[in-house]
Structures are given as structure tokens and as C-alpha cells.
Design a protein. Sequence first.
Length: 129
Amino acid sequence: MKRLILLAPLIIILSGCADFFYQPERSRKWPDLGVQIAVVTVPDKTGGAVRRDFLIRGVRPGTPAENAGVKAGDLLVSLDGRLINSVSVALDVMRSKTKMDTVLLVVERDGETRQFLISLANAALRSEI
């Protein structure tokens, strides 16, 4: 019984340490495409329904997006065939990628749809947005 009483505090301390050290979301890193996105709310012409566009407001130098030709002002349409209707969709796609992958980025620029197949081999890794 004395052993059990002595082990209980040790078990509690160790379980707290496990929670502290094991944080998979913080330790998981994904390739950084190199774009900064702004969510723009656009009312339709009648003033009724509202549409949200995902504007690429910046492209960091030396990143896969810049190397592929993505420009600030492009509207993000889809990533790997997934329509971008929220920032979380874009994050989900990028979090599923590794540096061995490519990503198909579709944007709208000057009324035209453009596609970029982007290699993530030279992408920096990140763990936060």
C-alpha cells in the first residue's frame, strides 16, 4: 500500500509531462507556399447575397509561389482541386503536403483563370499561420 501511495504522485507528474511534451499540432510542420491571403467580402450586384473572395495580398520573395509566377492581386480559386471557400480549407490542403509534393494552385487574374503546378521541394516548413 505504501508503494501505491508513493507511485500515485509520480504517475500524476509524469502524465502532466507527457501532455506538455506531446503536442502533435505544434510539432507538425507543413510546406509554406509563400502567399499571404486576405478575405474580401463582395456583395452581389443586387446588394443581396455576399461572396467571399480570397485575395493573395502578398507573395514572399524566394518562395515556391513566387517562383511559379503567382502575383499579389490574384484571387485564389482552388488548391489541388478543392474550392477555397474558407481559410481552413487552404490550411487543410497545405497541412496534408510534404516537401516531396506538388500542389495545383488555380487563381483568377484579370478575369482569366490561371493554373500553377508548384513544387514544394524548396519550401520552408512552418507550424503556424
